[in-house]
Write a protein that binds this ligand. Structure first.
Ligand code: SAM
Length: 213
């Protein structure tokens, strides 16, 4: 299901099929056709206004990126960025992440990025967190064996919850930073939220985890 808050946004997304994939279910198991190459596919779930996927695509031309975003009112800004950047290796999907299996089959995706995911701090909303166990299962079901999740947030509560969720699920922790911007991590590409929160002096947490085959 696509959420339409700006009526014209859907229309504009439809005008740029080279960037916004209108019927992604058509490409399940065939994403190499969309990109015209068999390069690895990295998806960002909750891409927002698309700064991260655009800049990652510019920096890594041998990787194919897909930004996934629920709201057309937000993803439309990502589309504007792509129209400007004219990059062949990044696409957008205006869909709900809970339906990822409609668009991807096992092995279609090599890596999942989760950046500044909504924290849903109330216990009763745990299932909505993108690091809840059901989402971890969903990512596993569309990724290659040994696929990775790279996760960044400013929210300590969500980070601690997610580390626990990853650990309970049996994921292997391969990178951890409790203060990314003061670490020696190289090549960090900032997201919109990261810029906003770090400008306010908030520390950024980052980890990488890997599915064990
Ligand atoms: N990643 C961006 C950044 O770091 O600047 C945006 C972060 S914003 C806090 C989280 C985004 O995730 C929102 O744009 C929201 O609409 C999107 N989102 C949340 N749940 C989603 C879902 N189930 N499927 C797709 N997008 C989702």
């Amino acid at each position: 299901m696509r959420l339409r808050h700006k009526p014209w946004a859907g229309e504009k997304l439809g005008q740029y099929p080279q960037y916004a994939i209108a019927e992604p279910e058509t490409y399940k198991g065939h994403w190499a056709e969309v990109f015209g190459n068999p390069n690895p596919v990295h998806i960002e779930v909750g891409t927002g206004k698309g700064q991260f996927v655009t800049e990652m695509a510019r920096a890594n031309p041998d990787v194919n990126y897909i930004g996934i975003e629920l709201y057309d009112s937000v993803i439309i800004t990502a589309l504007d960025r792509l129209i400007e950047a004219e990059l062949p290796n990044v696409k957008l999907l205006n869909v709900n992440a809970k339906d990822l299996k409609e668009y991807f089959e096992k092995g279609d995706v090599d890596r999942v990025y989760l950046n500044f995911s909504d924290p849903w701090p109330k216990n009763r909303h745990e299932k909505r967190r993108l690091t809840y166990k059901d989402f971890l299962k969903l990512y596993e079901e569309i990724m290659v064996d040994g696929g990775e999740i790279h996760f960044k947030t400013d929210n300590q509560g969500l980070f601690e919850y997610s580390l626990q969720s990853f650990s309970y699920y049996g994921l292997l922790l391969t990178f951890l930073s409790l203060d990314l911007h003061k670490s020696d991590f190289e090549g960090n590409i900032m997201t919109e939220y990261e810029e906003k929160f770090s400008a306010k002096g908030q520390r950024i947490y980052r980890c990488e985890v890997k599915y064990q085959s």
